[in-house]
Design a binder for this molecule. Sequence first.
Ligand code: ZN
Length: 175
Amino acid sequence: QISKLQNKVASQRQDWQHKVAAQIVSGNSLVATEKLNIKGMTRKAKKGSKGKHQKTGLNRSLLDVGIGNLISLIRYKLDECGGVFVDVPFKIAPSQTCPQCGYKKKKELSQRVHNCDNCNLIADRDVAAAMVMLNYAKGLGTSLSNADAEPLSKNPQPCGGFRKVQQLKRQKPRT
Ligand SMILES: [Zn+2]
């Protein structure tokens, strides 16, 4: 019975990954993601450390959705239709860097707003990180000159942030 359940969970996860990857690729010809250190990211938070609660929650959601596999699928689907995938290296540190002036400052996981000490830019943390990644991707040169071109699909769907993507999973499949 346990193995039956495990199979069911695995196939639900796979189904969800395909759905999300297809949705992201249908609306975007360029996808940039932060190079993820999944092992490090899902490492247990130190006992009694600040932000332990958030860290545990993030670990669970990262493992739960199979983020590594999801990224591979996005990459595969983009390749298939001639889109561009950009792996943003660690040193760019999207969530710690200001997209407007480049000033770097570490944020705790609980800090959801980017508020730059240097240029006073205020933005949602995830939006700011995405802007840093887009800046990096655009700086890569001519192969990305089509980054602002028409989306690949005629009916692109906005895909939103990670939190929204996760919510998709909780919806019952439409029959
Ligand atoms: Zn700044």
